[in-house]
Design a protein around this ligand. Structure first.
Ligand code: FAD
Length: 488
């Protein structure tokens, strides 16, 4: 059939994975086209994920901090909130970033074909044009012919089947739309996304309930880190329901009535002005006609890839949320670079580039709550479960001059070092966790230490500036090494 656009590399989806892949491919000299159904580049992360949530969390953190200044002798009145202005601020933040991406795409001569893409065969993608800010289809279709393809179609929020259609029941996208502040909010799913949004709404005035099937919130993080967050945040919650399933819901004029059932069989009920579904995200691999291209997709919608991000079809690659956990923007970006480099290596005959591989030792996780909870590499719980002998260095922030000066000494920094007999007391760092303000900004140093194979002496003898929170990483290493200096 007729072809409207031809390119060397087609990137399907313009999230952090997609735009990073397209930009790297273009920088390496390849004619690159992005297909994206939304009006702007940036995907979930910039439009309805990482960035808008952080814009709101920043405001919440400042509000919370100011509310505590009374104890220090500076009193402000109760805040007056203009929800429209706050929403406007969030939109401006998104606009700056998506606008920046559009400019960077133009600079690199990366073109975007707007619309919903589905494969016709292994070398052609059909694009049904979409309009407006969303995915309204216009009826116009285009066919893009490609030599190589990078699938970066991302993921979307899981919807529980028994929730009725009602504007008081939202996913993270609906919560970020920030229509109003409810009096009483239920968070279904006690993971990072739910707790971040809960933090925002609670600071703006909502009372929170959270329901979680597992026996603790923020699964994946060590319990000692989560405990610090939970103690500080207990006042936000009326009810933290653990080991509890949400089993039914109905929309009533008084609110959304939700039924719960404990794993022990206990039944209960609650009524809410707003219900946030945050029970995970599902990959979009099953919605792009992958079978027409011969690309294998799992039952759950993931696309399996090798270390070069190659699918079972050698000229088609996949990256980001739809290739597997963890579904994080920074993972997508690094996978994107690998795919683009392998393709450029093959098309330009550059053997070195063609060998690119995704071989990260660790990928950090951060909950941008208040305090923040960040962890990377092996956790203490994993070490225990896997029988790995570790030496722990824990530095409590009650001993950090900066944390005390900030009035925020509830946190701690801990590092885990290999303590197996083969390590002979000089074990390399295997993991670390930080709970406290700015934990997310500091966790990268621990990731770097793990990637470099640093041991406790390397980290402890690295001079960190005083007085900073980052110093706590050097201190924790010294604790592990048994030579803690008591610098305040
Ligand atoms: P996506 O960002 O999902 O982008 C996929 C793109 O493909 C979308 O723009 C979509 O419209 C497009 N698309 C899909 N199918 C088609 C099709 N058939 N045709 C055309 N276009 C298509 N991660 C972090 O690392 N840090 C955070 O702080 C963080 N916070 C988050 C907060 C929230 C509320 C949410 C929901 C997520 C958050 N994430 C965070 C996760 C992060 O957003 C994702 O990991 C990241 O966006 C994945 O990037 P991606 O490129 O794989 O896909």
């Amino acid at each position: 059939g007729p072809v409207d656009v031809e390119c060397e590399v087609l990137v399907l989806g313009a999230g952090p994975g997609g735009y990073s892949a397209a930009f790297r491919a273009a920088d390496l000299g390849l004619k690159t086209v992005i297909v994206e159904r939304y009006a702007t580049l940036g995907g979930v992360c910039l439009n309805v994920g990482c960035i808008p949530s952080k814009a709101l969390l920043h405001v919440a953190a400042v509000m919370d901090e100011v509310s505590h200044l009374g104890d220090l002798g500076v009193e402000f009145g109760a805040p007056t909130i203009s929800i429209d202005k706050l929403r406007g601020h969030k939109e401006k933040v998104i606009g700056k970033l998506t606008g920046g991406l559009a400019a960077m795409a133009k600079m690199r001569k990366v073109t975007t074909v707007r619309g919903l893409g589905t494969f016709l065969d292994p070398y052609h993608l059909q694009v049904q044009e979409t309009s407006g800010t969303g995915q309204d289809q216009t009826g116009t279709t285009k066919v893009v012919k490609f030599q190589r393809c990078i699938i970066a179609a991302g993921s979307q929020a899981v919807r529980l089947p028994f929730f009725p259609k009602d504007e008081r029941i939202v996913d993270s996208t609906g919560a970020l739309a920030l229509k109003a502040v409810p009096k009483k909010m239920l968070i279904v799913g006690g993971g990072i996304i739910g707790l971040e949004m809960g933090t925002v709404y609670s600071t703006l005035g909502a009372r929170l309930d959270v329901v979680e099937m597992m026996d603790g919130l923020m699964q994946g993080a060590d319990r000692d880190l989560v405990k610090v967050w939970q103690k500080m945040n207990a006042p936000r919650f009326d009810n933290i329901m653990l080991k509890t399933k949400t089993v039914g819901a109905e929309a009533t004029p008084e609110g959304i009535k939700v039924q719960f059932e404990g794993l022990d069989g206990t039944k209960s009920e609650g009524v809410y002005d707003l219900v946030l579904q945050a029970v995970g995200r599902t990959p979009n691999g099953g919605k792009i006609g992958a079978d027409k291209a011969g690309v294998a997709v799992t039952d759950r919608g993931f696309i399996p890839v090798d270390v070069q991000m190659r699918t079972n079809v050698p000229h088609i690659f996949a990256i980001g949320d739809l290739v597997g956990q963890p579904m994080l923007a920074h993972k997508a970006v690094h996978e994107a670079h690998v795919a683009a480099e392998v393709i450029a290596g093959e098309l330009k005959g550059n053997a070195e580039l063609a060998k690119a591989q995704f071989d990260a030792r660790v990928i950090p996780s951060v909950a941008y709550t208040d305090p923040e909870v960040a962890w990377v590499g092996l956790t203490e719980d994993q070490a225990k479960a896997q029988g790995i002998k570790v030496k722990k260095g824990l530095f409590p922030w009650t001993a950090s001059g900066r944390a005390i000066a900030n009035g925020r000494d509830e946190g701690f920094t801990k590092l885990l070092f290999d303590d197996s007999p083969e390590a002979h007391g000089h074990g390399k760092i295997l993991g670390g966790g930080i709970v406290g303000t700015h934990a997310g900004d500091m966790i990268g140093e621990i990731a770097l230490a793990i990637e470099m194979g640093a041991d406790a002496v390397d980290i402890g003898k690295t001079i960190h500036p005083h007085p900073t929170l980052g110093e706590s990483i050097g201190m924790a290493a010294e604790v592990a090494h048994g030579s803690c200096t008591d610098l305040p």
